[in-house]
Design a protein around this ligand. Structure first.
Ligand code: AMP
Ligand code: MG
Length: 403
């Protein structure tokens, strides 16, 4: 049985092999957060476009503004003012943050380090060349490539594009991910379940996870635990870029997902992973499309999505895979787990003290969504660790949707 790292690497390797050019579309910067860029973006001019003052103060020739020196202030420069004329010897100009430093000045002295009597400005400490000035072109040259294909557009990247006037961007289309739940006990979310039925909450969590991971969810509803119904709905799901199923991958008599996929020509790369929850997770290729069979217990579905499906969506989006958001924390309450499988326990990490502290939450197992909704991470207990003491360093997988 593969470890979760091996299984995740297998997904990355197999989908990496099939990676072709992505369909693209042009999107406004306002609508592009989280998309993956499919073009280069170049500067339209140098940045900054002029020598820019970074403080409110006085523009001076540094060699004339020694400690105790006085210079006559002959005017002011506001941000946005046109600045052409050179500063005359023996004078200074009041200048605001963001304004252009005039020729002849090579330093800006902060107003806090000066005193003023009428026109005369007295400098309390010596000015240094280039002080409080960002030189023209020091952030980027003209026509320099600043964003490249495959980059994910976060707020900084989008601001950079907007700064150079690239307000419409060619981006990869979000991969369409079909979501199909299975189970005779499952009713649609807008139906009233019978006493022994349950609502299809997995479709909702999976759709949210697909969206957060950068995909476009295509929710196909629920298939009965019957070969014909499963076959038809899987066929429909294979029209999308990837298919994610929940349920029907365990050892029960009515767990038919793997056999139906096999009959449709699927090749499997794993059908079990050494984790709890989530052990019966399946990954394969069927008719050229990646297919994930995730166990149906809601927390198993959620964990296995984060471990195995999220990196697939990264690759299908034309980006590199993002690392799992694993961080270290100090264990606040001792733990005992059965060895053999890597456990992902709903847990809460707090940043109150000098180091983050984490505590596993008491839960009822992989069906317990209520406890997961109180958690902000999964505490990762390695397969070979039986007992962990208070104060030991442990790994957590952050729930990046809530922290
Ligand atoms: P399975 O993996 O098909 O054996 O499902 C395991 C358990 O997960 C079922 O007994 C249900 O309690 C639960 N489950 C399965 N599918 C869903 C779903 N779509 N939404 C919520 N819970 C589900
Ligand atoms: Mg089932």
């Amino acid at each position: 049985m593969l470890s979760y790292e091996q299984a995740r690497n297998k997904v990355i390797e197999e989908i990496g092999k099939k990676r072709g050019p992505r369909a693209t579309t042009v999107v406004s910067v306002w609508d592009a957060p989280g998309l993956v860029l499919a073009q280069e973006v170049r500067t339209d001019r140098e940045y900054p476009p002029f020598d820019r003052a970074t403080r409110d103060g006085y523009a001076v020739p540094s060699k004339e503004a020694a400690a105790g020196a006085k210079l006559k202030c002959v005017g002011e420069i506001k941000a946005g003012d046109t600045v052409k004329e050179a500063l005359a010897a023996g004078t200074c100009l009041q200048i605001m943050t963001g304004a252009a430093v005039p020729p002849g000045a090579d330093a800006v002295v902060m107003i806090e380090h000066t005193s003023r009597e009428g026109d005369l400005v007295r400098f309390e400490r010596a000015a240094h060349p280039r002080q409080n000035i960002v030189p023209k072109g020091s952030e980027a040259a003209a026509a320099q490539t600043i964003l490249t294909p495959g980059m994910r557009l976060g707020y900084a990247e989008l601001a950079l594009a907007a700064q150079v006037g690239a307000v419409r961007l060619r981006c990869a289309k979000r991969p369409r991910v079909a979501i199909l739940s299975t189970g005779d006990e499952v009713v649609l979310t807008d139906e009233i379940p019978g006493e022994f039925q349950i609502r299809n909450s997995n479709s909702v969590s999976l759709a949210a996870q697909v969206r957060i991971a950068g995909g476009e969810p295509v929710v196909l509803g629920n298939a009965a635990d019957r070969i014909d119904d499963l076959g038809e709905k899987i066929e429909r799901g294979l029209k999308e870029d990837a298919l994610v199923l929940s349920g029907g991958v365990s050892m029960g008599k009515y767990d038919l997902v793997e056999s139906v996929l096999k009959a449709m020509g699927a090749e499997f790369f794993f059908d079990a992973v050494a984790i709890r929850p989530g052990r019966p997770a399946v990954f394969g290729m069927c008719q050229g499309k990646p297919v994930f069979g995730l166990p149906g217990n809601p927390v198993s579905t959620m964990v296995t999505f984060e471990l195995f499906v999220a990196p697939a969506i990264d690759l299908l989006s034309g980006a590199e895979t993002r690392a799992l958001p694993l961080v270290k924390a100090r264990l606040a309450e001792a733990l005992r787990e059965k060895p053999g499988l890597t456990h992902f326990l709903p847990a809460r990490v707090e940043w109150r003290g000098p180091a983050p502290e984490v505590k596993a939450l008491l839960w009822q197992g992989s069906g317990d969504i209520a406890t997961l909704a109180k958690a902000n991470c999964f505490l990762v207990v390695p397969a070979d660790q039986e007992q962990i003491e208070v104060g030991q360093s442990v790994s957590l997988l952050l729930r990046k949707d809530v922290v």
